[in-house]
Ligand binder design. Sequence first.
Ligand SMILES: C[S@@+](CC[C@H](N)C(=O)[O-])C[C@H]1O[C@@H](n2cnc3c(N)ncnc32)[C@H](O)[C@@H]1O
Length: 242
Amino acid sequence: MSFFGELYLRSTLPFLSEETTAKEVAYLARAFQELPVPGPVVDLGCGHGRHAARLNTTGPLAGRVLGLELDALSLRERLPGFPAVRADLRSLPFRTGSLAGAYAWYSSLFVFSDEEHVALLREVGRCLRPGGRLVLHTTPYERLASQPEASFSTRLPDGGVLEEESRFDAVRGRDLGHRRLTSPDGRVLSGRYAIRYYPLADLTQLLEFTGFSMCWVHGGLEGEQPSSTSTDLIVGAELRHG
Ligand SMILES: C[S@@+](CC[C@H](N)C(=O)[O-])C[C@H]1O[C@@H](n2cnc3c(N)ncnc32)[C@H](O)[C@@H]1O
């Protein structure tokens, strides 16, 4: 995990505002409010737990949320208030039909090959009870396609310098990027990422192919309809019965 881990944490946490996380948590609380099946809800790729910690402490999911994360540093530095397991998204350590729900924020599921995404969603489906809910957050394909090249260089609050370049390959639906963080003491961390962004019709097909039914699609945290200017793509799906 050369991109996730220390590089991701040190370069992302300074930009994650309290306000945004609070809105995302409120969205997830609403999304799981009337969960039709009993059991735990897993934060897939929970990172340092900014969603799981709050959801497990208060609201409709209190006491039901656990995190799953592969990066040991993210788990060690995680916020208090929720249990977590160190595991790979592609091989979930849960019994068949044992979960009521799962969610993944920031495209966390879509950093593998297309074949692995199919297998991964089937693996999530194996762990959910029929009727269980899956909520996925990502960025609309069109947003990346409309501005395929990006680069920036910025100074972090601790004095470090963060540089990033990325290019969206619209044919393959992949954003390929390189991030480099130079700490104030001169230490350099760098890593590449390749995140898959599915057009909505392809994401719907992917979910239906892997055993889910799409329940809703939102273009923002207030439950907006998706549009050409949406900043988010959030889908809610249910594991089909039988
Ligand atoms: C984009 S981050 C999102 C973190 C968190 N959900 C949030 O919104 O702040 C994706 C997370 O998935 C984790 N991850 C990446 N590959 C993984 C894998 N194979 N198994 C489990 N977690 C993984 C990363 O370490 C990282 O914490």
